[in-house]
Ligand binder design. Sequence first.
Ligand SMILES: Nc1ncnc2c1ncn2[C@@H]1O[C@H](COP(=O)(O)OP(=O)(O)O)[C@@H](O)[C@H]1O
Ligand SMILES: [Mg+2]
Length: 248
Amino acid sequence: MKLEAANLTKSYHQHEVVNIEKVAFGAKGLEGLIGPNGAGKSTLMGLLTRRIAPTSGQIKLDTGQGARSLNPLKSHEVARIGLIKTNQRIQGFDSLTIRDSLRLAASDPKTEGFMSIFAGERDAEDIEERVSRLIEAFPFTDRNGYARSGGEKKLLDILRCLIAEPKLLLMDEPTAGLPDDITRTVMEMVREKVAGGEMRVVVVEHDLPLIWEYCDYVHFLSEGSILFEGAPEEVKANRVVAEKYMGV
Ligand SMILES: Nc1ncnc2c1ncn2[C@@H]1O[C@H](COP(=O)(O)OP(=O)(O)O)[C@@H](O)[C@H]1O
Ligand SMILES: [Mg+2]
């Protein structure tokens, strides 16, 4: 699995917010992307998933069948080949129940050419079981109804991404706005899926202890550029990271 960007830039009104010579994600199981507020983390994730058009640069994804340029693709086409991002609110959570949102995400075709018409009864049963298991793992106020609070909607967005079984999932501040115990359950689930080889994950987080605990590799972004990357211990001990981010 390799998601690669080269000479990637994004400017808003002559102001360059991303300028990355080269970066690759997906080599390690669970990777962190950290950096100060306004560093360009969300913009980078938007660029990688084709939700934001770059000013210049190339993005390539290799899911094991050879590298493919993402530049000509739309974000829903990128999703189909297995790269998705949390925080995308495609269909409103107000019109679908929690269960239906998850059913829909679980039954979306993952690869082009797949025809859901062939999904038999056993697949449908399998989907119901996966949906139920996921719902029961969390204390939704109304498990048979709608996501109520902002926190529940945020959680549902993450669960939708997980049940869609992407090959590479980008998570933008998954823990912001969620209670600690839920964050933990989510991260343990993610870790299990990653360890089982089901998917790779890149997570943007300000909660550094969580980054150090869960990530196998960490990229440090500052003012739109990757300034340092390495194992969590290396990033933690790096002077530049400490000066620019941890206020040491
Ligand atoms: N749509 C936009 N229009 C103008 N400026 C933007 C837009 N989106 C982001 N920016 C600016 O780009 C910079 C990086 O933002 P962002 O990617 O959200 O950073 P981060 O996620 O690291 O906090 C910030 O200075 C932000 O104000
Ligand atoms: Mg952000």
